[in-house]
Write a protein that binds this ligand. Structure first.
Ligand code: NAI
Length: 319
């Protein structure tokens, strides 16, 4: 098991997100070590990755230039953390979202690594200043937050600690590009990073509109899936402004006052409880009953939609 030209990557935690990272790095030709405290989790991960890669190959959706078998051969399980760290140039942490657990793990890794490796956390909402402060290798640490399911939704938010070296961010940015992901740089840490701040702004206004009886829960979701969401898969909110007038200056000139008027009518932070949560829950369950089978089937359908969308995005001629 020699080190490949592309280098070796260590995934710590072989749950949902660890498996996705393993597949993405293998698609880029990297040797991948999959570590977990639960040996059974590693076995399950390897088996589920094997099945998944086969299905992707059959569907013509496998990433990278290697076949499923070749990619699978790049991934191996590892139950010894010292051995796992050896030779890794990038370590992607994917253990449960628990600050103490992650702090403990990074302290342990900090004692095992040299100056050449990047220590990267998949955390969705823990800040780098909480995760990495005090580590000897803090300059080599950052958050690289993926979006579920990472195999079809390429965004990765790179979030530095105040002491993270710019080279750490640059190197991780390049690595993410190399495996076909779409990295964005947060220039400094902020609670929720960018994706969840946008998502929560949308959820809050969706909730208020339903709570105030302006629109039904079903129709609210259509406003996004058959409206805003259609173009957001290709252009963001700022470019939308630019295109919906004669450029950004013209948009702000024309619509700035209107935007401010509407924004001034936004309500306060919802409680996400009481009668409204009952109402929204009922509406959602009428469409997708909240039992494991129905939820899993709907997630599978969603992932198939995202797979097709990701193919389409790849096929569109650049403009
Ligand atoms: P998960 O629960 O599916 O997997 C966690 C894995 O970590 C398990 O296999 C567990 O055995 C292992 N583990 C626990 N303690 C460990 C330790 N000390 N050392 C090594 N392995 C250990 O969790 P999931 O969903 O994969 O999430 C992992 C991280 O990714 C979390 O920080 C989460 O916030 C983040 N994330 C999750 C997303 C999601 O949609 N699930 C999306 C983006 C980020």
């Amino acid at each position: 098991w020699a080190m490949a030209a592309a280098g070796a990557v260590l995934i710590v935690g072989s749950g949902l997100i660890g498996r996705s990272w393993a597949m993405l790095f293998a698609s880029g030709g990297f040797q991948v070590k999959l570590y977990d405290v639960e040996p059974q989790q590693i076995a399950n991960a390897l088996e589920s990755i094997r099945k998944e890669l086969k299905l992707l190959e059959q569907a013509g959706s496998l990433k990278g230039s290697l076949g499923a078998q070749e990619q699978l051969a790049l991934i191996r399980g590892c139950t010894d953390i010292r051995e796992a760290v050896e030779g890794a140039m990038h370590i992607q942490e994917c253990v449960p979202e628990n600050l103490e657990l992650k702090q403990k793990l990074f302290a342990q890794l900090d004692g095992l690594v040299d100056d050449s490796v990047v220590l990267s956390s998949s955390s969705s909402c823990l800040l780098p200043s909480k995760l990495f402060t005090g580590l000897a290798h803090v300059q080599q640490c950052l958050v690289a937050h993926p979006v579920n399911p990472p195999y079809y939704v390429p965004l990765v938010e790179l979030v530095p600690h105040p002491e993270t070296a710019p080279a750490t961010v640059d190197r991780t940015h390049a690595l993410m590009r190399q495996i076909g992901q779409s990295p964005v740089r947060m220039l400094r840490e902020v609670d929720g990073f960018a994706l969840n701040r946008l998502q929560y702004a949308v959820i809050a206004e969706a909730w208020r509109l339903v709570q105030e009886g302006v629109v039904s829960p079903e129709d609210l979701d259509l406003v996004m899936s058959d409206g805003l969401g259609m173009r957001y898969a290709f252009i963001g909110p700022l470019e939308t402004m630019h295109l919906n007038a004669e450029g950004m200056l013209s948009y702000c000139d024309r619509y700035g006052e209107g935007m401010k008027r509407v924004l001034g009518t936004f309500g306060s932070i919802p409680e996400f409880s009481g009668v409204t949560v009952e109402k929204v829950h009922q509406a959602m369950c009428a469409k997708v009953p909240a039992d494991p089978q129905h939820l899993a089937a709907r997630r599978k359908w969603r992932d198939q939609c995202l797979m097709q969308l990701s193919k389409l995005k790849g096929q569109m001629p650049p403009q």
